[in-house]
Design a binder for this molecule. Structure first.
Ligand SMILES: Nc1nc2c(ncn2[C@@H]2O[C@H](COP(=O)(O)OP(=O)(O)OP(=O)(O)O)[C@@H](O)[C@H]2O)c(=O)[nH]1
Ligand SMILES: [Mg+2]
Length: 546
């Protein structure tokens, strides 16, 4: 349907306008506007007159070439801008459209105008105030502001009489975008370029949430995100659509624009329709904690098995979300920096995802069998197996490295290790054991990941001893310890003997380490220093012997 026939259909039928008025509205589409000028006196008066006769606001969305993209008819108080999702915007960019509209009661820029300006990232908004005789009077114009110390979000220009405006529209918009661009370039020190705001919307006390947010920040850092800001929104109840109120979300959108954010990361799990609503409202990529973790796993997976496992978890996560519009979806399935499962994600439909899951399942099954055979072979050799488990970043790989003089990757990142690795360890009394490093655990580990990593975790079933490594220098080490032990119980591994290892003892006082160790029956070590491992080695040997 052409734009002009739409006017006939929609305005004619819905509002019952006369043919003459419809014609006048249609003729607007054929106008070419000087892109640098806010509005010519002739057009301003034409709009004012028509608006006056209809007793409705009239709005035009004008692109930067001076073409009219949309004619909008409102009521006497306001106009509703239709969805502009076909006009995409880059970070730090405006929409490339400005709103020119009439105000019947000579009101200046309204709250609603400001919201449209901010949420739709319009280049600018101008209101033409109509005089009592139906002529165009003052022009009121507002535009957005880049991040400023006062935290102001918009600039309202001094009103100007029609025909005497000095505003150079294109020049102004360009300088605004340049300013944004500069801010973003100067902040873009992160190679992957995703600039995130972390958000928690919660009914729980602030202190409780802060801890979870710190962990989310660690996760974000491990995923290679550049965290611009963390926001905690305390609410009496969580709103089902946007989690928070619309006003708060508007504020957040504007903040995101000012900071040049490209991504919102929620600490809470979002359901598919929430992701869609939030994405549509803010025009930003929106992910939750689960997707963030999945993304880290996707970045880290190196072996074929690891990759299969992660892809499986990603597809399972995406499957229930594969409905509806695909522009939100592409942002959804893209993950951070577009590391979604497979390039064809835009075309894949649910059935194909299911097929793929099925194939992956078979692949993983085959790997499980191989693993099992390998384990059996190892068992026939009669070597006892010691598995290192623990919260992510506790120092598991470091401990394995020091114990066996190897050099596995150990880094101050969450989920540095994904693929289990085994090494031989010879005790002083010439006994040999196999010792394996495993993927770290975390609070609220996504169920799909847990399922996908079953094959890996099954290794643990064969262990003769578990070394549970705990970062004692972490303020919430007790909670982390609990998370791991609960997970072990869930995996039905509680029957395997376990030695608690309080690692990073070098970072706390001697007394603190001693008190905590006796309280929790643990052995203190510093995985970086071999000489601190003596007591642990003895305990290991002892436990294997029985
Ligand atoms: N100060 C101190 N740092 C340690 C100690 N043990 C490990 N680290 C550091 O803690 C960080 C994490 O160590 P990793 O060995 O990668 O931890 P991990 O448990 O394998 O972590 P994931 O594989 O990510 O689950 C690294 O930066 C280590 O250098 C320790 O005893 N003292
Ligand atoms: Mg590790």
């Amino acid at each position: 349907m052409s734009k002009e026939s739409r006017i006939n259909r929609i305005f004619g039928q819905t509002f019952g306008l006369k043919a003459l008025h419809l014609k006048k509205l249609q003729s607007l589409y054929r106008r070419q506007i000087n892109p640098s000028q806010i509005v010519s006196p002739e057009l301003a008066n034409f709009l004012a007159q028509l608006s006056f006769e209809l007793n409705r606001q009239i709005g035009l969305l004008i692109n930067r070439k001076g073409g009219i993209e949309t004619v909008i008819l409102g009521d006497d108080q306001s106009i509703v801008i239709p969805s502009l999702s076909q006009f995409r915007i880059a970070a730090g960019r405006l929409k490339g459209l400005r709103l020119l509209h009439t105000h019947l009661k000579r009101e200046p820029i309204s709250e609603e105008d400001k919201m449209d300006l901010a949420l739709l990232r319009l280049d600018m908004v101008t209101a033409i105030a109509i005089n009592s005789n139906g002529q165009a009077g003052w022009l009121y114009t507002a535009h957005l502001l880049t991040n400023n110390p006062e935290g102001r979000q918009w600039m309202i220009l001094d009103p100007e009489p029609v025909g005497q405006s000095n505003v150079d529209v294109i020049g102004l918009v360009r300088s605004l975008e340049e300013e944004w661009g500069r801010k973003i370039v100067s902040k873009k020190i992160h190679p992957q370029g995703e600039r995130a705001i972390l958000i928690s919307v919660t009914t729980r006390p602030r202190a409780a949430v802060q801890e979870s947010m710190q962990e989310l920040e660690e996760l974000a850092r491990s995923a290679g995100l550049w965290v611009l800001e963390t926001v905690i929104q305390s609410r009496k109840e969580i709103s089902p659509k946007f989690l928070m109120g619309k006003d708060r979300l508007s504020g957040l959108s504007i903040r995101a624009l000012q900071l040049g954010a490209t991504l919102l990361v929620f600490d809470q799990d979002l359901n598919p329709s929430q992701v869609r609503s939030l994405t549509d409202f803010t025009d930003l990529k929106v992910i939750d904690r689960t997707q963030l973790i999945l993304d880290i796993f996707a970045q880290r997976a190196r072996t074929r098995e690891g990759k299969l496992q992660v892809e499986m978890a990603q597809l399972k996560y995406i499957l229930p979300r594969l409905v509806g519009r695909d522009d939100a979806l592409s942002r959804l399935t893209g993950g951070i920096g577009g590391r979604g499962p497979g390039e064809t994600r835009l075309e894949i439909d649910r059935r194909r995802v299911r097929d793929k899951i099925h194939r992956l399942q078979k692949g993983l099954e085959a790997i499980r069998v191989q693993r099992k055979q390998r384990r059996e072979k190892r068992n026939r050799k009669g070597l006892p197996v010691i598995s290192i488990v623990g919260y992510t970043n506790a120092g598991k790989s470091t401990l394995l490295n020091t114990l066996t003089h190897s050099c596995l990757k150990a880094e101050d990142l969450y989920f540095a290790t994904l693929d289990p690795t085994s090494r031989r360890l010879r005790f002083p009394k010439d006994r040999e054991v196999i010792i394996t490093d495993t993927v770290g655990f975390i609070k609220n580990l996504p169920q799909d990941l847990l399922t996908a990593f079953r094959a890996t975790l099954e290794e643990l079933e064969e262990a003769d001893l578990l070394l549970h490594v705990i970062d004692i220098s972490h303020p919430r080490f007790e909670e982390q310890m609990q998370v791991v032990e609960n997970l072990l119980a869930e995996l039905e591994l509680s029957l395997i003997p376990i030695v608690r290892v309080f690692n990073k003892a070098d970072l706390v006082s001697r007394e603190y380490a001693d008190t905590q160790c006796s309280r929790h029956q643990a052995i203190p070590v510093c995985a970086l220093q071999e000489e601190t491992l003596r007591e642990l080695l003895e305990a290991m040997e002892q436990a294997i012997r029985v």
